[in-house]
Design a protein around this ligand. Sequence first.
Ligand code: GRF
Length: 214
Amino acid sequence: MKKLVILISGRGSNMESIACACAAEQWPAHIASVIANRPDCEGLERAAGLNLPVSVVDDREHATRADFDFALAQAIDACSPDLVVLAGFMRVLGAPFVRRYAGRLLNIHPSLLPAFPGLRTHSRALAAGVRVHGATAHFVVDEVDAGPIVAQAAVPVLDDDTEEALAERVLEAEHRLYPLVVRWWVDDRLRLAGSRVELLDRRPDETRLLWDPS
Ligand code: GRF
């Protein structure tokens, strides 16, 4: 049974999609803890509603990034997880933290990386006039939104799109993509070899691109 820790900062919908897939598909895994860096975030209520153990490491109670990262690592290591999943976790993590969990630290980013790293990805995609947008699941390295790409989900950008409509379409794609990728890891099919992503025992219907042609 693999142990997962999920880190959140806000709404927690990706955390919920992973937790629900884990339960519904009876993964050989369980969510050991959902940890938030804000005590008032919506995702904590969602996690409690799913009967998941929750805790908070409040970044405002730590003077430096290093102090916060250390406290966060202590809370994570108390659960001795196999995998740490960043799911809308809005803090940049320092190099020592990233090194500590190398190869077992995943993130989801709401763009087709390397396009649009950072914030406000949907409005930047609209402003740039791209016709395809989406989400990327990647291993975390010591550079923001730059780790080895595991898989992507692509959605069309429609002529009359608003930022909200596009964000909603991408979020739905995230909810398909992230549980799939975490499950690959749980099933020992996904690993990071140096900087190369390996997906083992690929099945004919599996691709590392989820494409929404609508
Ligand atoms: C998602 O769009 C994720 O890609 C980004 O932050 C958002 C978090 O949403 N990193 P939620 O908290 O999972 O609902």
